[in-house]
Design a protein around this ligand. Sequence first.
Ligand SMILES: Nc1ncnc2c1ncn2[C@@H]1O[C@H](COP(=O)(O)OP(=O)(O)O)[C@@H](O)[C@H]1O
Ligand SMILES: [Mg+2]
Length: 712
Amino acid sequence: QLLLAIVAAGSPSLSTTDESVIGIAWTNLKVDIKDRTILKVYPGEAKPGRLLGILGPSGSGKTTLLNCLAQSVPKVKRQEIYGNVALSDGSKPKLTEGQVAYLSQEDSFFGSLTVKETLKVAATLQAPNATEKDREKTIDYLLDTLSLTHVKNSQIGSAKKRGISGGERRRLSLARELLGNPKILIADEPTTGLDSYQAQHVVRLLKRVAVQKNIPVTVTLHQPRSSVWNMLDDVLILTPNGKPAYHGTKDGALKYFSRLGYRCPVFMNPSEYLIDIVSADLENPSKKIEGLHRIETLEKEFAKFSKKQRKSTIPAETSLRKKNVDILAAPEKEKTPWASDKPLAKNSLIYVNPHKQNPLFSRISSSFGRIGCLFRRAITQNCRDWSVLATRVLAYGGLAKVYTSVLRANCPADSVGSLPDKICLLTFGTISMAQLSLIKSLMLFATERSTVERERARGQYSALEYVISKLVAELPVDTFFGLLYAYVLHANSEFNMPRGKFLSVFALLSGLGTTLGLAVGAAVPSGEAALVTGPVLMVVFTALGIINPSGARPPASGDSENSGKNPKDSQTEAERKKKDKKMYSPTGLATCPVILRPFKLCSPIKWGIEAILCSEFRSLKLKRDLREAPRMGALALVSSGDMALEALGLGDQTTGNCLNAMGRILVGQIAFSVAAMSATRPKFADLGTQFLNETRELEKWELESAKHKLSM
Ligand SMILES: Nc1ncnc2c1ncn2[C@@H]1O[C@H](COP(=O)(O)OP(=O)(O)O)[C@@H](O)[C@H]1O
Ligand SMILES: [Mg+2]
């Protein structure tokens, strides 16, 4: 019996008998977060061909309800969801299968792309197997029907750069959602931030989608204007407690509330009136009590009404359903202003879930298709804005020129006096290179993050595909700037090392900065957090990686080219080295706490500095100059590059070793980015594992309010 009850409670059923018409239904739905109920609604449905408006004050659970319908409630700690949602064909609505078109409250786009390019990327990601011609046809058709043709070649723009208007952005979002063939469409506050005309235009389009595609369209509206209210077919009104005060036809709403004694004044916007009666004035103590009592009464009245309604067949329901069937039979006869001559049901692309494709060949070929598409998008986003590129050229070249002018970079390479300036220049140069690439990578990732999350929630590509395309697009550009910076540094200084070697160390450093940015961006939960974490991590890497020249070990008296030939000498030499290691540690490895050692070994700054110093000083003959001693301390006493390296604690270090370590860190950071992105993929809570016993809930509720009355 219990099993039967669970099965009965757990399978939401639609009253529609027509198989081809798909609606969405839900059982009792309840969402608790940290023991607070944020949503609790009774069994209901969104009917095909109709526009359902979910109305309620802010915080009443509208977005939560939409997330339940799309089975995309974000997983959070201490969250419990009761109830289930199903389409009338028995399947579960899923974002990842292209069944749900979900227009979220915030539009997220790549601002440098044009309207048409955005749709092209979306079409390729959704339907990698469709032909180019089919995609083009679908896109042109949607641009036309959603009145976007005149802006198809305009850049979308961003918060910092003007682009298309707010209404056009919303319509572009809608076009992107309609590329596939969704079975339901839901939109979270699609009119917020739009002027009256644009808001009406967007809702009219949503209504057209409902009628012509004959699918249920559900929208949340904070406070719709009367023109928007008039376009709704059904409404669900939520109270601030997340409970319904009404769910049914729009026309029935006013009748229902006037029966309860709340009659909407003739010249008032009905939606405004209804939202007012389900809201409480929390500022005014006396009004607050009255408001909370009114809300509780309305919730209870509707609980009873809803139960009765589900027990009997309501005449209004039947006529409503008849109307649906009529719409289905002859949609073109609909003489409403939103029904245009071009039906929206045509020209949809078939959505392909990349994770469910079977034959290996088609998986690989569509994977390449997606990487290519993401690559083109990343290149466009990175390189379209010439003013940004020109500023970057000036900034990188200028910074290198500043360093070489401030430090005595043009001292002859073989003079001891050049050592401190060279060490300083190379250290600063290395740190800045990694820092610049890191910041750029973090900023870029922060701007595209929301779009990428939207696409990943729909399962449109894997973390590996994204990382590959991003690196293939960005690394060459960043390397170019790294090389430019290094070229200016080298050209304005007297270095011993060949230019090629110098440039390659900097190219590698720039790559390390970029991949570190990607790794941090992938691992932390938001773009803002990444912008804070990344530079802090780089400062730690810098602190652990720099060489402190004042810690340089003075060469012992035996230090010269022929030292160490006598075995006795070498024994004393080894002892001395051991002792010195404790006293002088310019690289800081000996004094670094054990817990920080792994960070030190992963520091791109450490290996970068060591690589460049080894390349510059190894086997270099220096002219000793004791006049420099007061300024340079121990370093004035060296007579060769090798001795200088020894003094800096890099006696055994080689350039090859450092480049090897840098290569390994690069690969490690890329692998970490892929792993972190896979781990942080948007995760949704499961619906349909727990159910509420409605009768028992209602009884419990009545008992509680009776107790409450007694205590008053
Ligand atoms: N992750 C969460 N943790 C805690 N409270 C949440 C969380 N998500 C939503 N809420 C709360 O649930 C309530 C309903 O939220 P929401 O569905 O976004 O409302 P609406 O869309 O109607 O403004 C709000 O009071 C909000 O503070
Ligand atoms: Mg909301």
